[in-house]
Design a protein around this ligand. Structure first.
Ligand code: SF4
Ligand code: SF4
Ligand code: SF4
Length: 168
């Protein structure tokens, strides 16, 4: 599949998670050579070859520690780190689904324990249940909480889609 076919079809570009510090989706598809350097440089093996060979983040085995290896090894600037965006690697956040064990009276704090941003808080409620509160303002979308949840009750979502980012 070439770039034009990809852009016409768009396939899963709305939902694909690009590596951190990716430029807007339309620029990304234009600039990324699908060389696989970012994939090989990720020590956590989070980056996979996705639709049409473009790199995508897969949070199913862990979260990103923002080590910057992928962006530093990108030869085309499709991953682009500057002083102004260093603290905004992407526009992703964690979202709680409705099957959390804690909210059904089972003791579980796995997600809160792993969250370095302390974006996940637990509040006791009536009936022996504990409500989980996700503070999306604190969440940096690292995805660490996704794979530790025993029932896949957390998913990562785009806060804004890469399509909506300004072009370079
Ligand atoms: S910043 Fe580091 S851990 Fe995150 S995707 Fe890039 S290489 Fe992997
Ligand atoms: S994705 Fe958000 S809530 Fe989950 S561990 Fe990372 S910062 Fe915490
Ligand atoms: S790890 Fe999953 S089941 Fe456990 S408290 Fe967090 S969201 Fe709920």
């Amino acid at each position: 599949m070439n770039r034009m076919q990809f852009l016409r079809g768009k396939f899963n570009s709305e939902t694909a998670f690009r590596p951190p510090w990716a430029v807007s989706e339309i620029d990304f598809v234009d600039m990324c050579d699908r060389c696989g350097q970012c994939i090989r440089s990720c020590h956590l093996k989070l980056i996979k070859s996705g639709t049409a060979g473009f790199p995508e983040i897969d949070f199913s085995n862990g979260g990103c520690d923002f080590c910057q290896a992928c962006v530093q090894n990108c030869p085309t600037d499709a991953l682009h780190l500057t002083k102004s965006n260093v603290h905004q690697p992407w526009h992703l956040t964690a979202e709680l689904k409705n099957n959390c064990l804690s909210e059904q009276g089972v003791v579980c704090r796995a997600c809160g324990d792993i969250c370095e941003m302390r974006a996940i808080q637990f509040k006791l409620a009536v009936g022996g249940v504990t409500l989980v509160e996700m503070n999306t303002d604190e969440c940096n979308g690292c995805g660490e909480c996704v794979s530790v949840c025993p029932v896949q009750a957390i998913e990562i979502k785009h806060v804004i889609n890469n399509d909506q980012l300004e072009r370079k």
